[in-house]
Design a protein around this ligand. Structure first.
Ligand code: NAD
Length: 256
């Protein structure tokens, strides 16, 4: 085990199963000595967490549906009581209605647009606000984004719009929290086969294109993402805030 995150209380939001990006980050943070606190959406995710963390010592896990202000308030109230201070937060949560990731973008319903923005972008703002109150010793917040925010990825549709809002929210949050020595960054991941990704039309084609055309000629792994997350959560990135950090085998640099 390393020492980069030793003694740091880090909240991980978004573990669904062993393929989840949040789980890759949790494992990397655990290796660096972090005290992990988890949230879960429902009972199924809670059971998964229990299995995944079986050899990690006591599980600290709390329910939180980020579409509910009450859930978010209750979560941070419990963390305050039980841990006092928070040093890191990983927001790895997104959701859009499945029909909005298959059909034409212009057919996105008002409700589908609202839901995608609420769960995938606004939730980061809400949890940032609460987490910052507990980051009395400074802190680092990261969220997960995708290049569909700046370029058209057919099928990614309303999620691309939500990711654009998320990245802009990161910049505004970084500005407001900087004077409290709290850094906020987004990690832009290359495609990874997770349950959420399966909802995106032509996802396996995207994996193939990245493998063929990216500078590294491969897709990224949960380990790649975990290592960059440790960098962002630790003092190694002490001068970095408001950024979008790509972990995508360099694919974002390619024109063709
Ligand atoms: P995942 O399905 O494993 O994780 C998504 C998580 O969001 C799940 O744990 C789910 O329970 C949670 N969630 C959804 N609605 C919620 C709600 N209302 N309240 C609380 N939690 C809720 O998939 P993933 O790919 O690991 O996704 C994690 C993040 O990474 C997302 O923001 C996603 O957009 C982003 N991302 C994924 C990829 C990829 O290719 N997989 C690429 C770039 C960015």
């Amino acid at each position: 085990m390393g020492k980069l995150l030793s003694g740091r209380n880090i909240l991980i939001m978004g573990v669904r199963n062993k393929w989840s990006i949040a789980w890759g980050i949790a494992q990397a943070a655990h290796r660096e000595g972090a005290n992990l606190i988890f949230t879960y959406l429902g009972e199924r995710e809670k059971e998964e967490l229990k299995k995944l963390t079986a050899d990690m010592g006591t599980l600290h896990a709390y329910p939180c549906d980020v579409s509910s202000d009450e859930d978010i308030e209750r979560l941070f109230g419990r963390i305050k009581t039980e841990f006092g201070v928070l040093h890191g937060l990983v927001h790895a949560i997104a959701f859009a209605k499945s029909e909005d990731l298959k059909d034409s973008f212009l057919n996105t319903s008002r409700e589908g647009f609202r839901v995608a923005m609420d769960i995938s972008a606004y939730s980061m703002v809400a949890v940032c606000r609460h987490a910052a109150q507990l980051m009395t010793e400074g802190g680092s917040i990261i969220t997960l984004t995708y290049r569909g925010s700046i370029k058209v990825m057919p099928g990614y549709n309303v999620m691309g719009v939500a990711k654009a809002a998320l990245e802009a929210s990161v910049r505004y949050a970084a500005y407001e929290l900087g004077s409290s020595n709290i850094r906020v960054n987004s990690l832009s991941a290359g495609p990874i086969k997770t349950l959420s990704a399966k909802g995106v039309k032509n996802f396996s084609d995207i994996l193939g294109i990245v493998e063929e055309r990216s500078p590294l000629k491969r897709n990224v792994t949960l380990e790649d993402l975990g290592k960059t997350a440790v960098y962002l959560l630790s003092d190694l990135s002490s001068g970095v805030t408001g950024e979008v950090i790509f972990v995508d085998s360099g694919y974002n640099n390619m024109g063709l």
